[in-house]
Ligand binder design. Structure first.
Ligand code: PMT
Length: 400
């Protein structure tokens, strides 16, 4: 999403400046173009050379070096920016921008830009709560600029309170949000993710290799695109995406009950979870002991409900998207599931392929629509696959 985007980072002087180096490194890995302007105070903390090395582009700070440039630097930087991030944003820099003061290269460029500004404030908690600082922030918000809320905790000065600059991941999330089209605004999307676990006894269970990555990526992208999201997830170690209503479940029956609660009211159901098809007929209340007379343990499995098939029969206007995880005969089995479960389309993945399926950051999918037309895609990140699926959902919603 940030690929080839021109991000202008204004760095003012605060101890949180060290986090901005990590931020730039991550933005470069996402193929964003990063320009950096440093204030004089920022250069007291870290040298421009460090920023220049991370950003792989010239760092700007010298207002009066302009005479040597062919280009009017502050105007070209201002025009080039797709978005401006001020991080760390000190009370001083926020105050100058809010009050139209342009006394250094950063504030001059910001006066000349029409790009949206995102501020990541970082300062002592008393400074942050100061009514003058708050008033300056309100002024900028009214002009359409955005503030990424600082965290609270022990600050560098030893005080405890609000003022810690937002985490790098949080800042990247806000940058992503800025660029994403909000084509799912007003839509309610229910996503199932991860494995389910079926208990054998209090200490043992059967499950599968699903990590939840595919489903959580879908939830993340849905949120960015403006949807209201319920994420129903089997056990997963992943961080819950911000902004979702999170419903943790354990067994396939739990998952079915959770979907039941939200289904009637949703516009879209995405079944990316890998629910167990079977469960032990009897789950022992106590730990099953090794019996020295027996060399084997026999467990009888019974079928779990097929959640997708159940809601496929029940659906009215909802768009239902399924997945098919196969190890062989991918297209044949996926098409069968598409019809039997009444999906609007199905995302087939061959989980034996390298870079596809369980617990990978990438996936290789073929999407088959209700007319059984299919499109095969190359290897992509799970975020990209999620966006592909959401693009198709938006088309289907537009048609209905
Ligand atoms: O979580 P990750 O590690 O990122 O891995 C991603 C994934 C491989 C789990 C994902 O890409 C995927 O393929 N999910 C579907 C897994 C699966 O259960 O496939 P299936 O072919 O067995 O089931 C077909 C469809 O029916 C699926 O939409 C499934 O959610 C649904 N189903 C299956 C069984 C069941 N009892 N109830 C269901 O609703």
């Amino acid at each position: 999403m940030l690929k080839d985007k021109n991000i202008l980072i204004g760095v003012s002087g605060g101890i949180a400046i060290y986090k901005v180096l990590d931020l730039i490194s991550k933005l470069k890995k996402l193929d964003a173009n990063v320009d950096v302007i440093m204030t004089d105070s920022a250069r007291e903390f870290i040298t421009p050379l460090t920023f220049q090395t991370m950003a792989q582009s010239k760092v700007h700070f010298d207002m009066f070096g302009l005479v040597n440039e062919m280009d009017v630097e502050h105007i070209s930087l201002a025009k080039k920016a797709d978005v401006v991030l001020i991080a760390p944003a000190t009370g001083n820099t926020i105050g100058k921008i809010a009050n139209g003061i342009a006394d250094n290269l950063l504030t001059t460029v910001l006066m000349a830009t029409t790009a949206k500004m995102l501020f990541a404030p970082a300062m002592n908690t008393y400074m942050y709560c100061n009514p003058m600082v708050q008033e300056n922030m309100d002024k900028l918000k009214k002009l359409g600029h955005e503030f990424i809320s600082p965290g609270s905790g022990r600050l560098a000065c030893g005080d405890v309170g609000t003022g810690k600059m937002a985490d790098v991941e949080d800042i990247i999330y806000h940058l992503n949000k800025h660029f994403v089209k909000k084509d799912l605004r007003g839509k309610k999307v229910v996503i199932t993710a991860g494995p389910t676990m079926e208990p054998i006894d209090p200490v043992r269970y059967i499950t599968n290799h699903s990590s939840g990555k595919m489903g959580y990526s879908l939830a993340n992208q849905c949120i960015l695109r403006g949807a209201q999201v319920v994420l129903i997830s089997g056990p997963s170690s992943l961080q819950v995406p911000r902004g979702v209503e999170f419903v943790p479940v354990r067994t396939t029956n739990d998952m079915l009950n959770a979907v039941e609660e939200y289904f009637d009211d949703c516009d879209v159901l995405i079944k990316s979870a890998a629910p167990s098809d079977f469960r032990p007929e009897i789950s022992s209340d106590v730990k099953i002991k090794k019996d020295k007379d027996n060399d084997a343990l026999t467990i009888n499995f019974v079928k779990n409900p097929d959640i997708a098939a159940y809601f496929g029969r029940k659906k009215k206007d909802q768009i239902m998207v399924g997945f098919a995880a196969e190890t062989n005969n991918l297209m044949e089995y996926a098409k069968k599931k598409l019809i039997e479960k009444n999906f609007d389309f199905i995302v087939a993945n061959d989980v034996t392929k390298e870079g596809a399926g369980f617990n990978t950051d990438t996936n290789i999918v073929t999407i088959i629509d209700s007319n059984e037309n299919s499109v095969e895609y190359p290897i992509m990140s799970k975020e990209e696959v999620a966006d592909l699926i959401l693009d198709k959902i938006v088309l289907n919603l537009d048609k209905s």
